[in-house]
Write a protein of this length. Structure first.
Length: 564
């Protein structure tokens, strides 16, 4: 037996030992629950045989029986709560086999090489991660799209159903087929330990406790139903606290055993593929925060995020000397070719990403519409600049700042903004506070995109919505950026006003930079040197750097600017 096999065997045995420890905790809890009933049985049996007779013992017997009945009722309550609770399912995009036969074939061949059960299905997640997820608690199915099973066959099927393989959608578009297989090898290898009955039972026990706690914490239950659930939640929390260390160690041992088993598959390629994982994560993060977030805030969601990550990473490879050679991989077959309709899958994953990271309904509607990358500069960038410039002038009006155009006092100009901010000790703080208050007020007053008031579906309206078990709280579940300060918001708004003036008076155009988001194009080239002059004006009251920049580009600050 090789060293790899020995390490895998040791990891598997350690995981099984931790699983048995978890099951022993369950058994002990059950033993404590039935102990009063056992004592009551012994006392009544002794009375039937003429032992322990007398009024005192009769009182003891009936007291113990009463305690036993109460404890058994509580045990049944907790057991039913744990059994009926539905653990949260990770929000994913299902990939049916008929929509990705080549991907399913790759996964099954990989499982055969690893000598483990193949995953029961494949799903995509809009994130840079991959894992196995047991979904037998949701609905027992023969395969994607099948109807739930009921009756005796259901319990048999539950024991035989392998977990679902969840794949990060950016991996499919950026990675090549061989790289994806190497990255998925240790994940797929985890189906082996998942099939062990002790590990499977221990995981179901822990998931049930966790779901019972979440169910007890959900609001709107009422006193009659809420009190029993709250009690069941406290008991489940005590049991979960006792299980926490064993469960964590079990999962660590399972991961170690799976990693050892996967070393036999594409070991050399796995090292190079892990570099692509890190690169994909970096590009995905910048695409979400710099490119997608401005669109989401305007009620638009880019419909091809995964295709965009390829462009972002290609640009990163071009700029970063450390990434030299990565772009050469693009000549190989991309993993997204394993899908029959990659565009449809990309759109579904992009919509789910918008819901997870920002918030929004499950379908397009008024105020929540998709946008293609070709439309992004005009429908997102230009609109973003003009909306922020309009907000800036509304706040200036509130502060009583006069318009700068003598010919037409009603038209907004860049000169008005610069004159107000110019000079040391000027009212920049008051303007920044006003901008921050206006942004906060508009975010609170803004209707839910696509919500009922706009004629669209509400959150959690679909019965099979993958987000219906994530609790009743409002999205976003994973905010991308911390709140911005008033000074940061003011700098953004001044820069937006400058860009509007450049477009309207100097022939510039809105553009898209795959790594930095909205960009100003002058003569077809991106101008990335606007931030420093704007900060000099906002923070120091010094207009000279910005005046020089405007003169170089040919922007007329006294000319009117079109706002939304």
């Amino acid at each position: 037996m090789s060293g790899t096999d020995v390490g895998e065997e040791l990891g598997a045995r350690a995981a099984q030992a931790r699983a048995l420890a978890l099951l022993r905790i369950r058994s002990r809890a059950l033993a404590v629950a039935i102990l009063p009933a056992a004592v009551a049985v012994v006392l009544f049996a002794a009375d039937a045989q003429g032992h322990l007779a007398g009024p005192a013992w009769d009182a003891v017997r009936w007291t113990v029986l009463g305690v036993a009945v109460v404890v058994l009722l509580v045990t049944v309550l907790v057991a039913v709560s744990v059994a009926r609770a539905r653990p949260a399912m990770s929000p994913t995009v299902p990939v049916p086999e008929e929509g990705a036969p080549d991907l399913y074939r790759l996964v099954r061949e990989l499982a055969d090489r690893l000598d483990v059960p193949a995953p029961s299905a494949v799903a995509l997640t809009p994130d840079c991660d991959s894992w196995l997820e047991d979904r037998t608690h949701r609905a027992l199915r023969k395969g994607p799209g099948a109807s739930p099973r009921k009756g005796p066959e259901a319990s048999v099927e539950a024991a035989d159903t392998a977990p679902v393989l969840v794949i990060g959608s950016p991996f499919l578009w950026w990675m090549r087929v061989a790289e994806l297989r190497a990255v998925l090898a240790p994940v797929v290898a985890g189906t082996g330990p998942s099939a062990h009955p002790d590990i499977a039972a221990a995981r179901r026990f822990v998931r049930g406790l966790d779901a019972a706690i979440a169910d007890a914490a959900a609001p709107g239950r009422g006193l009659v139903r809420g009190a029993p659930l709250a009690f069941a939640g406290r008991v489940s929390r005590l049991l979960l606290r006792a299980c926490r260390s064993h469960a964590a160690e079990m999962e660590r041992c399972v991961a170690a055993a799976a990693s050892m088993r996967a070393q036999t598959v594409d070991y050399g390629l796995r090292i190079a593929a892990q570099e692509q994982v890190g690169l994909a994560y970096a590009g995905w993060d910048r695409l979400l925060t710099r490119v997608a977030l401005p669109a989401w805030r305007m009620g638009r969601w880019p419909s091809r995020l995964d295709a965009g990550v390829v462009s972002a990473l290609t640009e990163l490879s071009r700029r970063d000397r450390l990434a030299d050679g990565f772009a050469l991989r693009l000549g190989e077959r991309p993993a997204c070719d394993l899908l029959e309709e990659p565009g449809v899958a990309d759109e579904a994953a992009s919509l789910l990403a918008a819901r997870l990271f920002h918030g929004g309904p499950a379908e397009s509607g008024p105020g929540w519409a998709p946008v293609d990358w070709q439309q992004y500069p005009d429908e997102v960038v230009d609109r973003k600049w003009r909306s922020e410039a309009a907000r800036l002038h509304r706040v200036l009006d509130t502060l009583g700042v006069p318009r700068a155009s003598a010919a037409d006092p009603a038209v907004p100009t860049l000169a008005r903004v610069m004159e107000h901010l110019s000079g040391p000790g000027g009212p920049g703080e008051a303007l920044a506070a006003g901008i921050g208050a206006a942004v906060a007020r508009e975010e609170v007053e803004a209707p839910v995109p696509g919500g009922p008031e706009q004629g669209g579906p509400a959150y959690g309206g679909a019965a099979d919505d993958p987000l219906d078990l994530w609790g009743p709280g409002p999205l976003p579940l994973f905010p991308l950026q911390p709140p911005r300060t008033g000074t940061e918001l003011l700098a953004d708004h001044v820069a937006a006003m400058v860009c509007c003036a450049a477009v309207d008076t100097a022939g510039a155009a809105p553009g898209l930079d795959w790594l930095d988001g909205p960009a100003l194009l002058v003569g077809g080239e991106r101008r990335a040197d606007l931030a420093a002059p704007v900060l000099s004006l906002v923070e120091d009251g010094d207009p000279d750097p910005l005046l020089n920049w405007l003169a170089e580009v040919g922007v007329r600050s006294d000319k009117p600017v079109r706002l939304v």
